[in-house]
Design a protein around this ligand. Structure first.
Ligand SMILES: [Zn+2]
Length: 410
């Protein structure tokens, strides 16, 4: 039965959450930051662009490109890939290009990409290997590649690094190619409404390399790229790549410009992997889709928390209301998981409750999470745009509770 805000379960404090969840290090930092409203400002860039970036914990686009809250849409997955066999890619892009009519999609790769390296070496885990192979088919046997490249890494490390840089650029080129093949994307490019840009962030030197063939096509993203200097001066710490990465959390969220975890929750370089898709959705089926691969990768890297971040009244609500029926790839993707939200006349919080529960249950069904037991906690928090409230999905009742503002905000 739909509930109103009046009969929502009682509020919960951050201390209560800490008592009920085994791992909360990242969540403990995110919540007070959310309530420190002085750090938030909504920014409207003339034409909102979309970025496609890696989940890497050290190179967050919101920080690197100085994207304020509201400035750009953000897709993120392992190695910034556009996988033609993953329904998520078509849904993300149909929503952005056909519905939101973004003028530019900027794919930002980065040096020292762990996902790209594991695939190149033939050492990626099961789902990661299958998922990346859909974009860049591996050449030859994995064991042979591993042997040759391992030898090269120790005997000629500079040559090894040069091959890695080539592979990272290959990821970019293949992704751009896959995106351009989609009929509605090709149409928008042909009509002059859309351009695809490519760049690579160098995490050793703190540099952005804009690939030559895309210089002329840069339009709206110039404004954001221009703010890189601020990141370099204020937030970049040399050398980001030197010590690898061991973040505590994987954050799963939507592509909305208002859901940037860097801005909303103060995520800093090294804090968390961040995965972003349309609606912040996950439906575990056992196939090697982008998020199944990302969870496998993150768990292997030692994360202790998987945190879903939702938003009441977002694209899931538009889908439930039937407002996205004209977009078949979007509706097919958002219809997965048997949530029963479409046309059900549910209250907005109830739509999001079903989405959040669906994600949490799917993450818990992932074999890597099952194997980890209590050593990894899975939680969902949700922002309510209209009221500014932050909600917590209470696992004991499968219901939202409003999180009380911490008495001392940072
Ligand atoms: Zn990466």
């Amino acid at each position: 039965m739909p509930r109103s805000a009046l009969n929502l379960a009682p509020a919960i404090t951050l201390e209560n959450i800490k008592d009920s969840v085994s791992q909360t290090k990242t969540l403990e930092n995110m919540v007070p930051h959310y309530f420190n409203r002085s750090a938030l400002h909504i920014e409207r860039v003339q034409d909102r662009i979309a970025t496609l970036c890696c989940i890497d914990s050290r190179w967050h686009p919101g920080l690197v490109l100085g994207q304020g809250l509201g400035a750009s849409y953000g897709m993120r997955n392992i190695a910034n890939l556009a996988n033609p066999n993953d329904p998520e890619m078509g849904a993300n892009l149909e929503y952005l290009v056909s519905h939101k009519k973004v003028p530019e999609i900027m794919i930002m790769g980065h040096t020292d990409c762990g996902g790209a390296e594991a695939h190149m070496m033939g050492q990626a885990s099961q789902h990661v290997q299958v998922w990346v192979n859909n974009v860049i088919p591996a050449k030859g046997s994995g064991a042979e590649r591993t042997r040759i490249l391992t030898n090269l890494k120790s005997s000629c490390p500079d040559d090894y690094e040069a091959i890695r840089r080539q592979h990272e650029k290959l990821c970019l080129d293949h992704s751009a190619h896959q995106i351009e093949q989609l009929p509605f994307v090709a149409e928008a490019i042909e009509a002059g409404h859309l351009s695809i840009g490519k760049m690579i962030g160098n995490m050793h030197a703190g540099q952005l390399e804009i690939l030559c063939d895309s210089l002329s096509s840069l339009r709206s993203s110039k404004e954001l790229i221009g703010r890189f200097a601020h990141f370099k001066a204020e937030e970049w710490k040399p050398d980001l790549a030197a010590n690898g990465q061991n973040p505590d959390a994987l954050i799963i969220t939507g592509i909305s410009p208002y859901l940037s975890p860097e801005k909303l929750f103060g995520i800093q370089p090294g804090d968390a992997f961040i995965y972003r898709n349309l609606g912040g959705r996950y439906n575990y089926t056992g196939s090697s889709d982008g998020l199944t691969a990302a969870i496998e990768f993150a768990v292997a890297k030692g994360v202790k928390e998987i945190i879903h971040v939702g938003s009441v009244g977002d694209v899931n609500q538009s889908f439930a209301d039937g407002d996205l029926d004209a977009f078949s790839l979007v509706t097919e993707f958002l219809d997965k998981g048997g949530l029963g939200i479409k046309g059900a006349g549910l209250a907005q919080r109830d739509v999001q409750q079903r989405v959040s529960s669906g994600v949490v249950n799917s993450v818990k069904a992932h074999p890597a999470i099952q194997a980890a037991g209590d050593s990894i906690s899975v939680s969902s928090i949700v922002k309510e745009h209209e009221t500014g409230a932050l909600l917590y999905l209470d696992p004991d009742h499968d219901d939202f509770r409003t999180i009380s503002a911490p008495s001392v905000a940072i």
